[in-house]
Design a protein around this ligand. Structure first.
Ligand SMILES: C[S@@+](CC[C@H](N)C(=O)[O-])C[C@H]1O[C@@H](n2cnc3c(N)ncnc32)[C@H](O)[C@@H]1O
Length: 246
């Protein structure tokens, strides 16, 4: 997510700060002997062929509501394109301060519900404040852990992850829970800055190519069913459970 229009020096400070704040993948398997955990971590890195980005700290939460964001990311157009039904159960996974949450809540209406998930209590606090200011009551905030978003099984119509997948510290475990949460025809939607385009001013660790996403999610039993590319800077990648297609 970080813009690279900032000076390289500032960027490298931010990136290393973020790296310090997040749990490196190699430390995640804490129960394993160090050498075994390291080998596992390296195997996953090779399969992914990318470095996992650090988690965006809530210290930088203002960036999520920067004035130019509406023009850069066209959130209303994105939500409209997803054709989410009134009454649906939707997850905003990695919700941050709720920039998409309140829009989803309006879309599903009072008969629907939004589960807004984040791993940082500070983000949840800011999200709840923003929702309360907007008078929105059909959102349930969930403080998750890095490997488990805490979702109900088989109840969800759509999981939206805007600018989040690339910074999941344990993508396989998180996405396994996402898959279990979806109804049989449920959708997983990733929105990621286009890595294919070097002119998009975002640090490369925070961008993804379509092929990277398709490959990784394919390993996790998801099939890419739609690719929408009308946003100025981001891919919209729509996945469904690959078991539906076998
Ligand atoms: C770049 S922000 C995007 C926030 C929001 N989606 C938006 O577009 O405004 C990424 C968010 O994902 C959250 N996050 C990172 N890893 C997560 C995980 N494993 N489960 C849930 N949230 C996570 C971070 O705490 C952060 O709030």
């Amino acid at each position: 997510m970080w813009t690279s229009s900032a000076s390289p020096a500032i960027l490298s400070i931010v990136i290393s700060l973020g790296s310090c704040l997040s749990t490196p993948v190699s430390q995640a398997a804490t129960d394993l002997p160090i050498t075994q955990a390291k080998q596992l971590s390296q195997a996953n890195e090779t399969r992914r062929n990318r470095q996992i980005a650090p988690v965006m700290s809530a210290v930088h939460a203002d960036w999520l509501t920067r004035p130019e964001r509406d023009a850069e990311e066209q959130p209303d157009r994105l939500i409209e394109a997803l054709s989410i039904s009134e009454g649906a159960t939707v997850v905003d996974l990695g919700a941050g301060v709720g920039y998409f949450t309140w829009r989803l809540a309006k879309q599903v209406g009072s008969r629907g519900r939004v589960l807004a998930v984040d791993i940082q209590q500070r983000m949840i606090d800011l999200l709840e404040r923003n929702l309360s200011e907007k008078g929105i009551h059909n959102v349930e905030a969930i403080l998750a852990s890095e490997d488990n978003p805490g979702l109900p099984v088989g109840e969800v119509d759509l999981v939206l992850m805007v600018d989040v997948y690339h910074e999941l510290q344990q993508p396989e475990k998180t996405i396994k829970h996402v898959r279990q949460s979806l109804k049989p025809d449920g959708r997983l939607v990733l929105v990621e800055y286009r890595k294919e385009d070097p002119t998009i001013p975002i640090h490369p660790l925070h961008k993804m190519t379509v092929e990277q996403a398709r490959f990784e999610l394919g390993l996790m039993n998801f099939q890419l069913t739609d690719l929408l590319d009308f946003l100025p800077r981001q891919h919209i990648l729509i996945f469904k459970d690959a078991a539906q297609y076998q």
